[in-house]
Design a binder for this molecule. Structure first.
Ligand SMILES: Nc1ncnc2c1ncn2[C@@H]1O[C@H](COP(=O)(O)OP(=O)(O)OP(=O)(O)O)[C@@H](O)[C@H]1O
Ligand SMILES: [Mg+2]
Length: 368
């Protein structure tokens, strides 16, 4: 097994613009790293560069200690699982899984052992004689993973392998992939545009936007300490609530919303000193839906209280989502489902000041 190191990696297709810009990621041996970002941000391009399926325009790519920029795909000891599975329709499951090993000239008996072992791991040992068209999407998906496993590669690459599955099967397969990662003890790089998949699978997540790395960290650190407004809005569901405004520090420290409807006393805000430097400057306030509550905690002074008109209520069973307008924005509060919330009455809500985020409105960088 081996780690993968991307140093100042860059990519332009033909003579076009850079679609990957100065990407630096150090993936440790046996780590599960997820690349996540909106459509077109460069996830597949980056993965294909690692696999050797796309040329590298600039920078260095290492697998283990070996620089592999010019090494052909077949010599990189990497297995890739594609979104569309790319199975051979005329071959059985066994033949599909054995194909790569046969090409490499492995003895028949070893091929059989490897395929059967992988099939047991993936619980498809009873399907080995079937052809892909006679199986469900989830089963085909496992065959595609099995084909990667039998090769016993140094690194596994996955490009949105679950996106053709329905929600329930996606959830199950996520858990199986976690187990598989533990059993194989292998380095895995996984691409998805689904932040829930990223949060649940990755030891570490790399958030990409337009070919740039926005932030890379553990799922919880990304969630609790987003480095910028993009990550704050992308990681987490529902997305973080945002409200543009400015910092006033001529008297007690305050946030004032752009429309002037909202003033929050920030003297109790834990990082008040840092915010003072933003006196008079435009900022964006951020607060997650679960940090707006129906009643304050024991320390009432740490909360900002506000009566809001309720626009819509969604009862999810375990919790209740309440939508309310705030100037030009629509806010969401995630409340306990213990008490019913009438949609036609204003609701008294408490914002946890300790959980507020602030972003520089010009650079979108988090103010810390
Ligand atoms: N073969 C190609 N030739 C020219 N441009 C390309 C090519 N493949 C991708 N691109 C461009 O590179 C950028 C990144 O594409 P890429 O496929 O890596 O995005 P992605 O993050 O995988 O998106 P998605 O989530 O939709 O799969 C896009 O702007 C895309 O249009
Ligand atoms: Mg893609």
């Amino acid at each position: 097994m081996a780690g993968v190191r991307l140093e100042h990696l860059a990519k332009a297709y033909d003579k076009g613009p850079l679609v990957i810009r100065d990407v630096n990621i150090d993936i440790k041996d046996k780590e599960f790293v997820v690349l996540v970002g909106p459509s077109g941000c460069g996830k597949s391009t980056l993965l294909r560069m690692i696999a050797g399926l796309e040329s590298i325009t600039g920078g260095h790519l290492y697998i283990g200690d070996r620089r592999v920029n010019e090494v052909p795909a077949s010599e990189r000891d990497i297995a890739m699982v594609f979104q569309n599975y790319a199975l051979y329709p005329h071959m059985t499951v066994f033949e599909n899984m054995a194909f790569g090993l046969k090409l490499r000239g492995l003895p028949k008996e070893e091929i059989r052992q490897r395929v059967e072992k992988a099939a047991r791991m993936l619980e498809i040992e009873t399907l080995l004689d079937r052809r892909p068209k006679d199986m469900s999407g989830g089963q085909r998906q496992r065959v595609a993973i099995g084909r990667a496993i039998v090769r016993n590669p140094q690194v596994f690459l996955f490009d949105e392998p679950l996106s053709n599955l329905d929600a329930k099967l996606r959830g199950q397969t996520r858990i199986e992939l976690q187990k598989l990662h533990r059993e194989l003890n292998a380095t895995m790089i996984y691409v998805t545009h689904d932040q829930v998949e990223a949060m649940t699978l990755g030891d570490r997540i790399v958030v990409l936007r337009n070919g740039d790395v926005m932030q890379q960290d553990t799922p919880l650190n990304l969630y609790n300490h987003p480095a910028n407004q993009f990550v704050a809005g992308f990681i987490g569901s529902p997305p973080m609530n945002f409200l543009p405004g400015r910092i006033c520090a001529d008297g007690p420290l305050r946030f004032e919303s752009r429309g002037g409807m909202l003033g929050i006393d920030l003297s109790e805000y834990p990082q008040a000193a840092t915010l003072r430097a933003y006196q008079g400057k435009p900022v964006v306030l951020g607060i997650r839906a679960e940090h707006i509550r129906r009643r304050p905690g024991p320390n009432e002074r740490r909360f900002f209280r506000r009566l809001v008109p309720v626009e819509a209520v969604e009862n999810m069973g375990s919790e209740t989502m309440v939508y309310f307008p705030l100037e030009t924005q629509r806010f969401i509060a995630r409340l306990s489902a213990d008490y019913p919330i009438p949609a036609d009455q204003p609701l008294d809500l408490f914002w946890d000041l300790g959980k507020l985020h602030f972003f520089d409105a010009e650079t979108e960088v988090a103010i810390r």
